[in-house]
Design a protein around this ligand. Structure first.
Ligand code: DGJ
Length: 721
């Protein structure tokens, strides 16, 4: 619910348990009042002092010192020295920016961008839209706050409109700004990493100054996921104040937390200014990506569950089925060496062993027999598929399987027909050769001709073939960002235009192949973000499929994203980063955390191994609905000890799936209390037949690892009728 108090000029944006309040008086800066647990009276006047070296309006009291008051859309260079949410460079070169309130409206629904991913809306969603005007440049800003009541989440974005006769330049456009008053201490949780070890949980206290979490790679990247949280120092799974933030975007971004000299905290999230600016000509408008904020007063576990609920219900492309199909993917078993015979061998073995979909990974098109050539040439390699793709797909389908295929549309190898014919399609600065990464260049997706070429070739090659699933990959980041079609004054738009072109192609793919599902990927989880989740049902979590490492990556991924996003495959035994083969059971128990697949050539496996795979698939099918739609509870974190343990609970607590994993031996007994169990129910473990009563589960059950490496335990409890 969103309400205005006409006397105090306070607007209250409420969700089921939270309140976000601001005060907007005509002609003044919009003042942030409060964000947190829902309270009746949020009116606080936090800064009555006259701080030195803090400018204020000439006719106003010192309590309105610009550098001190909590702001909703702080500008630059007009007395607020904290990091800004917008900087406008005027025609005359001035950079001072200071937005003042004009009016507000409250409406049901929310803005739904046609060009960018966004949170979907239902009838429960309401929006407060503030209209503001910059007193220097005359540019208008429309700041939207959309409330998602049952997810305790607020989505914010800003649209700038140039109603003047001149052009201006926008830079440092944040989507979200929250100013917390002094008096609240926070620790920061975020998810940094590297390629192959993406998304690890870090938690640290804040110190005075700016901590900037950013990517200027043209992608969110493996290195710093855009999700972060601020929690009270005492926050744990079950208690404490927690705020989670994220951006619905897949490109370069900047998230900043600034602890000011007076211990107030500013939080910003948005496009930032890494070679980003946008020329706004008269009559034009510019929309920022959306950013999300979620609050819980009940600890990290509750914050996580709310975040999961929001992503599942309002971001992720809804699945057509109750769970993802179980796939056999050719990559780790075969690398680039796919051909019709091999695909049919894979398919035969897959269909005999309970697999539901065969995914043909890299290597099926152009001259793509290694990573040196072929990207951009989206036609089937005739030497590998002499009878064409449709014929192979039909044969696979005749075996009762669905068929998936790998693509990497945003890239080009210099050794390709596309590059030979159109070198100007690649991002490259005209004065020097561009840098290669994995022997490839990045296409200028901001060029409509490039997007049209991709639609045409992908449509022609894959249309009517019966594709059920796309794996959309992205194997390098942007460098040499220069677009052959943009004038010099618009070159700083190229990286954002790249994202807009990519989003257009993603939307086209979904419309053109309405029955196919989409798994996005970027060398694993290099674009594990809400932008990609909007278009796809799931994401390839990491190229690192070693279960011992995956445990950390998966646990961290679940901090900001629900299990259905997390595509998890049972690794090829040899493709293990420590070179140490892992047991099939351990590989499976780790992979059962999300949409399941296998990465090895089953047609070459012993009957004994195939029988184990068949048994795993049957087992998985019996409980896959729990990670897909249940609530996640973490019992032990691999960041704090050897064991990673968690369970999923059905909404009414009558079904539970507990998993405990330990890569390295340790025989210390563990007690797990299952708070989501119902006291008056008796449960049966469908895997062992053992019975448990709800009271005992709630109090705590003791499990003891066997002290051997790669121990795993799964308990699937269903309440007796
Ligand atoms: C990187 C992906 O993460 C892998 O799974 C595989 O698809 C390769 N690219 C193919 O080149």
């Amino acid at each position: 619910m969103i309400r205005k108090n006409a006397r105090t000029h306070i607007y209250r944006v409420e969700t089921e348990n939270t309140l976000y309040a601001l005060r907007a008086v005509r002609g003044e800066r919009v003042e942030h009042i409060y964000y947190g647990r829902k309270v009746r009276n949020a009116l606080i006047s936090p800064y009555p002092h006259n701080y030195g070296f803090s400018p204020n309006d000439k006719d106003k009291t010192a309590s309105l010192s610009h550098d001190i008051i909590p702001a909703e859309l702080p500008g630059y260079g007009a007395g607020d020295y904290r990091a800004e949410a917008i900087r406008i460079i005027d025609k005359n070169g001035a950079a001072a920016t200071d937005f003042r309130f004009v009016k507000a409206r409250i409406y049901q629904g929310k803005p739904l961008s046609a060009a960018m991913p966004h949170a979907r809306a239902d009838e429960a969603v309401e929006t407060l839209e503030l209209t503001l005007k910059d007193r220097f440049s005359g540019i208008f800003a429309f700041v939207s706050y959309s409330a998602y009541p049952e997810a305790d989440t607020i989505v914010r974005s800003v649209r700038y409109e140039n109603r003047t006769r001149k052009s201006v330049r926008l830079t440092n456009t944040a989507s979200l700004c929250v100013d917390f008053p002094a008096g609240k201490e926070f620790e920061l949780i975020n998810l940094p990493g590297t390629y192959y070890f993406e998304r690890h949980i870090e938690r640290a206290p804040l110190r005075q100054g700016n901590y900037v979490m950013t990517s200027h790679r043209g992608a969110t990247g493996h290195q710093m996921n855009p999700y972060f949280a601020l929690v009270s120092p005492d926050a744990d799974e079950k208690a404490g104040e927690c705020y989670a933030f994220n951006l619905i975007y897949s490109g370069a971004y900047t998230n900043t937390v600034e602890l000011t000299p007076y211990r107030a905290l500013r939080v910003l999230s948005g496009l930032g200014d890494h070679h980003f600016s946008w020329l706004l000509e008269k009559g034009e408008s510019f929309e920022t990506p959306e950013a999300t904020m979620c609050y819980s007063a009940k600890g990290i576990g509750d914050m996580r569950r709310k975040t999961h609920r929001f992503v599942k219900n309002y971001i992720l492309k809804p699945r057509k089925s109750t769970r993802a199909p179980i796939v056999l993917n050719t990559w780790e078993g075969t690398w680039f060496d796919v051909n019709e015979k091999l695909i049919l061998d894979y398919a035969r073995a897959a269909s005999q062993n309970g697999i539901e979909m065969l995914v043909m990974d890299d290597g099926w098109f152009g001259a793509r027999v290694s990573d040196k050539a072929g990207l951009g040439d989206w036609f089937v390699n005739p030497a590998r598929f002499p009878e064409g793709l449709a014929s192979t797909v039909k044969k696979v389908k005749d075996m009762g399987l669905a068929f998936g295929i790998w693509i990497e549309p945003e890239m080009v190898n210099p050794d390709s027909e596309l590059y030979r014919n159109h070198p100007e399609y690649a991002l490259a600065v005209p004065t020097a050769d561009p840098s290669l990464s994995r022997d490839q260049l990045v296409l200028d997706m901001g060029n409509p001709e490039v997007v049209a070429y991709l639609k045409e070739t992908l449509g022609k090659t894959l249309g009517g073939v019966g594709i059920d699933y796309f794996k959309w990959d992205f194997n390098r980041h942007l460098s040499d960002v220069y677009s052959s079609i943009l004038p010099p004054e618009r070159q700083a738009e190229a990286a954002h235009r790249f994202m807009l072109g990519t989003y257009e192609l993603l939307a086209w793919l979904r419309e053109t192949f309405p029955d196919a599902m989409l798994e996005t990927c970027s060398g694993g989880g290099g674009r594990y973000d809400l932008g990609m989740m909007y278009y796809g049902e799931q994401i390839w979590t990491s190229d690192n499929t070693d279960p011992a490492w995956r445990v950390d990556i998966q646990c961290a991924s679940l901090m900001g994203y629900p299990a259905p996003t997390m595509s998890c495959h049972v690794a090829n035994r040899e493709n293990i980063c420590e070179g140490k083969p892992r047991t099939l059971r351990f590989r499976y128990a780790v992979a059962a955390a999300g949409p399941l697949g296998y990465e090895f050539n089953l047609s070459e496996c012993s009957e004994e191994l195939c029988a184990s795979v068949r048994a795993q698939i049957e087992e998985y099918k019996s409980y896959a609905h729990l990670p897909e739609s249940g609530n996640y509870y973490e019992l032990a974190s691999p960041y704090e000890g050897r064991t990673y343990a968690y369970y999923y609970a059905s909404p009414n607590g009558d079904e539970l799936l507990l998993t405990a994993l330990q890569a390295k031996g340790d025989a210390i007994p563990l007690t797990f209390s299952i708070e989501a169990a119902c006291e008056d129910l008796t449960y049966t473990d469908l895997l062992s037949g053992k019975e448990y009563d709800g009271k005992t589960l709630k109090k705590g059950i003791c499990v003891c690892p066997d002290g051997m490496d790669e121990w795993s335990l799964m308990i699937h409890l269903r309440a007796k009728k």
